[in-house]
Design a protein around this ligand. Sequence first.
Ligand code: ASC
Length: 153
Amino acid sequence: MKHTLAAGLLAGAMLALSTGASAQFQTPEAAVKYRQSALSVMGTHFGRVGAMANGRVPFDAKVAQDNIAVVETMSKLPWAGFGAETEKVTSRTKPEAYKEAAKFKEMSDKMQAEVTKLVAAGKTGNLDQIKTAFGGVGASCKACHDAYQVPAR
Ligand code: ASC
C-alpha cells in the first residue's frame, strides 16, 4: 500500500516534469529539436487525416481515429520547447513569438481546442464532420505559422 502510494507520487512527479512548463532539456538546442520533432510528427499524422478528408486516399474511420489520437498527443508537446532560453537558437520561429508570448499561447491554445473538436469528430466516424474539424485545425496551424513562422525558402 505504502509502495503503491509512493510509486503513484513518483509517477505523477515524473509526468509533471516531462509534460509541464518545468520540462527539462539538456540544452536550448535540444528544446528546439524537441519542439520541431513534435510538430513534425503531428504534421505527418495530421496529413494522413487530410489525405482522407481531401479524398486522396479512401476513408477508413479507424485509421482516421488512430491518426487523430497521435495528433492530439503531439499537440500538447511542442510548447514546453519554446522556453525563453530558446529565443537565441536559430530556427524558423520569429522573435515575435517570444515578444508576444500571450498571443502565441492563445494561438497554441486555439489549435489544441480545434484538435479537441477533431477528436470528437473522429469518434463519430462521420467523414463530413471530420472534414469540417480538419479545416478548423488546419486554419489554426496556418494562423500561427503566418504570424510566427519564417516561411520555408
Ligand atoms: C499541415 C501541416 C501544417 C498545417 C498547415 C495548415 O498538414 O503540416 O503545418 O497543415 O499547412 O495550413
